[in-house]
Design a protein around this ligand. Structure first.
Ligand code: DP6
Length: 328
């Protein structure tokens, strides 16, 4: 096959990844654990061409510089494995606002790993796809899998890989509260590298977050939603604490983000279980039970003005599309 199209969804970390142990291989400073969402898919087609260079088109615009270099770096790994030098045209469509802390790069590189490996004639296992996606963007290794996934930190290219986790509890959902879809000023890669280099809290973050991965894995195994939610909120706040300690500080959360954290806490005090999380942007993601997601959304709307909310149930792992087919 010389052309393939794949779909992947963003994932939101319940235990965060923030900081690399190896920048070249994209090995993380700690493991992490996430939920793949059933909304905002990215669809990517990779087609081998006779051209002298790769071409990368995102939402109709040709990419250049750093963004296209990251895509080409993944294609290089695939070419090396496939034993060919053929270039490719990569055409990708996002349904999520790009670079607004909504994990668009996770869906993008998971879809790229799947589509490019098939277009170049490789038949990779999910673990191999996860490793390949990781090279493009760390968090992408988790979007190869649907539902809950754990990215094992690992110490090498082979061992730093995500795996799916079984959840036997009630269905999970995430309410995505969008405060801003503007492109963030500091990307997650720059933000985390700067935190590693300058924050005196980074060590404490690594130590505590490694323990949270283990606690969250136990909560998943025991289908303990309350513990999982409490751990998720803690990991998010500790990640932001580590970057607030950087010099100069990295601050993604705004007053409105904190107002949503407050509102989520108020819901809990009223007996509606919900837990807040946020990534490299001001938007807040709220973990709750699927059957209570509509109520959580409505209650938050009553408390916070001008916030767009999207409800996501657990979504699928990366998958191939038959030619001509489009995701629903
Ligand atoms: C805050 O995966 O975007 O979303 O590996 O440099 O591409 P790179 O970083 P990226 O970082 C994601 C950071 C986060 C937390 C998370 O998803 O775990």
């Amino acid at each position: 096959m010389t052309r393939a199209t794949a779909v992947a969804h963003p994932n939101i970390a319940l235990v965060k990844y923030w900081g690399k142990a190896d920048r070249e291989l994209n090995l993380p400073a700690t493991g992490s654990l996430s939920l793949t969402l059933g909304i905002f898919p990215t669809t990517t087609t990779v087609e081998l061409t006779e051209e002298a260079t790769d071409q990368v088109i995102l939402d109709g615009a040709t990419l250049s510089g750093e963004e296209s270099a990251r895509v080409r770096a993944v294609l290089d790994l695939v070419r090396e494995r496939a034993g060919t030098g053929a270039h490719a045209r990569v055409t990708s469509t996002n349904t999520v606002p790009t670079a607004a802390g909504l994990a668009s790069s996770a869906a993008a590189f998971a879809a790229l790993a799947k589509a490019s490996s098939v277009a170049y004639g490789l038949s990779l296992s999910d673990a191999e796809l996860s490793r390949l996606a990781r090279r493009g963007s760390g968090s992408a290794c988790r979007s190869i899998f649907g539902g809950l996934a754990r990215w094992n930190q690992g110490t090498s290219d082979e061992t730093s890989v995500a795996e799916p986790l079984e959840w036997k509890g009630e269905d999970l959902a995430m309410v995505v509260a969008v405060i801003s879809s503007a492109r963030k000023k500091i990307g997650s890669r720059a933000g985390m590298n700067h935190t590693v280099e300058t924050s005196p809290y980074f060590e404490g973050w690594v130590r505590s977050n490694a323990a949270l991965v283990e606690r969250a894995s136990r909560a998943v195994a025991e289908a303990d939603f309350t513990s999982l939610g409490e751990i998720a909120e803690m990991s998010a706040l500790r990640m932001h604490a580590s970057m607030l300690g950087a010099e100069p500080p990295v601050r993604y959360l705004t007053g409105k983000s904190f107002a949503i954290f407050d509102a989520v806490q108020a819901l809990r005090e009223e007996g509606l279980e919900a837990y807040a999380s946020a990534d490299a942007g001001p938007n807040v993601k709220i973990l709750c039970r699927s059957r209570e997601a509509a109520l959580v959304t409505q209650s938050l709307r009553e408390r916070i003005e001008d916030v767009k909310m999207h409800v996501a149930n657990a979504g699928p792992g990366a998958y191939l599309l038959d030619e001509g087919e489009r995701p629903s």
